[in-house]
Ligand binder design. Structure first.
Ligand code: FAD
Ligand code: SIN
Length: 553
């Protein structure tokens, strides 16, 4: 038997990024919380976030304007009430972060220490500009906002007696208790990195905060953790997912042989950086009157179009016309990183390409982070709340992480008194299988998955490309299933299994959308359908995307 005695918590959060840590800190005053991370705590997208948090703080800005910008970019699919909810709580989120001590950049140029989040402090923050926002409204910590947020929240969580932070613990599936026609989440099965044993962790409430799935693509700005684990686990547990076809490609990822995932923030275009072709000519105005500050779908498609038309590998981003001191102070992280690669951005252009960046779809939740499964919550990039529609506007993701985590904490507070002790999670079946001696099969499948998604399910799609992807993914799922039957469970394989399932959900959603909208552009269906509709997938309707996985647990 591989299970060791279960450990019990009030709330078990899978994921230690902005969403998971915020939820932990909001629940810890009244309950016992554990936060799991499959690698070290910082290994999520949050740590790498650059631009900042979109929030209405300027007296000339308004909630109505932020709502309209979000809706406009979302191309008819944003849920207005959710947008209004998140945007109207954005200032409260920043206030809370200030209270935690996040050192945001101020108008005076300095980064500040821990404060109370007073009105005066809020007004002192520097506001940056990003694409498709009609006002400066991005709160940031120079160009390393995610690192500042993560380090501050981790510190607060480490100080809290009610929070256990557990590294090297990979959640592999949800434990579900079924009785009297009720299905309830009662914990998580976890693969412990050190012992390689599978243990059941029991909890009254579980929250998935596992981030996105952009690692499905060969080129991505995301860290390795982005393998869609939460979406796959929730799907296997019977939860619906929505709008999985809307995969956001960030227009400006550094193009360099030694650095394939480094983002060049959109805030650089907000400070006047220009996109140029190899011959120095600008091209964005040919695609959109907003030029470099058009929404991401438009800028990424324009770059894709120009590089393919000219047979070039990349385009160039140029900020060298701004004073060198300004560039060094405003973008210290990017300046240093590029300098290390031999590019002085105060004098030279930066070679850039689009790369997979953000998963707009995910596990369906309401504003309290509640999912279809009783006692299961989901927060952050792993979710579909209705905020982003067919295309996320810059810097609304972090805002969503905080605001929805606040709502989830309130829901848990209201329900914790009535929650019965979790029933014991059934043991995970023994794992006496052999070690895989053939890792080349696994690494080959990783390459095949990510190349297939890049080539056939990328910025520009077509019916035949999507059909090819569907067939190849079915074969991959079969091979992965065989591997699982035979060999002992390892993290790499768990991630591959999850990401192949999530890629299949992406393709299935993309095939169902017979139009081009927002991030989903299909050469065979270039126009907009008369009615904007979400793509909602229910596990019960897609037995082939359940059978091989379910038989494992
Ligand atoms: P993450 O921060 O990705 O955290 C996920 C956590 O889950 C990690 O701890 C991971 O280890 C853990 N995990 C995953 N699977 C498992 C498992 N099976 N078991 C245990 N643990 C697991 N958005 C903005 O709004 N503004 C920005 O400026 C911005 N810049 C960005 C820059 C980059 C380079 C990237 C990649 C993204 C950026 N985004 C930005 C998007 C934003 O950072 C993310 O959407 C957000 O941080 C997601 O937070 P999260 O808490 O949902 O997930
Ligand atoms: C960036 O800094 O360009 C990323 C912002 C985001 O993804 O919202």
């Amino acid at each position: 038997m591989t299970s060791s005695p279960a450990r019990k918590f009030d709330l078990l959060i899978v994921g230690s990024g902005a969403a998971g840590l915020t939820l932990a800190l909001r629940v810890a005053p009244f309950a016992k919380v554990a936060v799991l991370s499959k690698a070290s705590l910082e290994q999520g997208a949050t740590f790498y976030a650059q631009g900042g948090i979109a929030a209405v703080l300027d007296e000339h800005d308004s909630i109505a304007s932020h709502v309209e910008d979000t809706m406009q970019v979302g191309a008819g699919l944003c849920h207005r009430r959710m947008v209004e909810h998140v945007v109207s709580h954005s200032a409260a989120a920043v206030e809370w972060l200030l209270g935690q001590g996040v050192p945001f950049s101020t108008k005076a140029g300095a980064q500040r220490g821990r404060g109370a989040g007073s009105e005066a402090e809020l007004r002192s923050l520097h506001l940056a500009q990003e694409g498709a926002h009609s006002h400066r409204r991005i709160i940031h910590a120079t160009d390393a906002t995610g690192k500042a947020i993560f380090q501050t929240l981790r510190q607060r969580a480490q100080e809290h007696a009610n929070i256990d932070l557990l590294e090297g613990q990979t959640a592999l599936d949800l434990a579900i208790h079924e009785a009297d026609g009720r299905r309830r989440c009662c914990g998580v099965y976890v693969l412990d990195d050190a012992s390689r044993k599978i243990v059941a962790l029991e909890a009254s409430f579980v929250a998935l905060a596992t981030g996105g799935a952009s690692k499905a693509y060969l080129f991505t700005t995301n860290p390795d953790s982005a393998s869609g684990d939460g979406i796959a686990m929730a799907w296997r547990a019977g939860c619906r997912v929505a709008n999985m076809e809307f995969n956001q490609f960030h227009p400006t990822c550094l193009f360099h042989p030694h650095e394939r995932s480094f983002l060049i923030t959109e805030a650089m275009r907000g400070e006047g950086a220009r996109l140029e072709l190899a011959d120095g000519s600008r091209f964005m105005e040919r695609f959109d009157p907003r030029g470099e500050l058009a929404s991401r779908d438009i800028v990424a498609r324009a770059i894709d179009h120009e590089t393919k038309r000219l047979g070039e590998d990349c385009v160039y981003l140029d900020i060298s016309h701004r004073p060198a001191n300004f560039v060094r102070e405003r973008f210290p992280n990017i300046h240093q990183r590029c300098l290390g690669l031999g590019i002085d951005i105060t004098r030279e252009r930066i070679p850039v390409v689009p790369a997979a960046h953000y998963t707009c779809g995910g596990v369906i939740i309401n504003r309290a982070g509640e999912t279809d499964l009783e006692n299961l919550y989901a927060v952050g990039e792993t979710t579909f709340s209705g905020l982003h529609g067919a295309n996320r506007i810059a810097s609304n993701s972090l805002t969503e992480c905080f605001v929805i985590a606040f709502g989830a904490a309130e829901s848990i507070r209201a329900r914790i008194g009535e929650a019965a002790a979790p029933p014991p999670a059934p043991d995970w079946p023994g794992d006496a299988r052999a070690e895989s001696g053939d890792d080349i099969l696994v690494s080959h499948n990783w390459d095949e998955l990510r190349r297939c998604m890049w080539d056939y399910v990328g910025i520009v799609r077509s019916d035949s490309r999507l059909g090819r992807a569907e067939r190849r993914l079915a074969l991959l799922r079969e091979e992965i299933h065989e591997h699982f039957q035979r060999y002992r469970i390892a993290r790499d394989m768990l991630e591959l299994r999850n990401l192949t399932l999530v890629a299949s959900l992406i393709v299935r959603s993309a095939r169902a959308r017979k139009e081009s909208r927002g991030l989903h552009f299909n050469l065979d269906h270039r126009g907009l359908a008369p009615q904007a509709r979400d793509t909602i997938l229910r596990p019960a309707d897609h037995a082939d995307l359940l059978a091989d996985d379910q038989s494992l647990s």
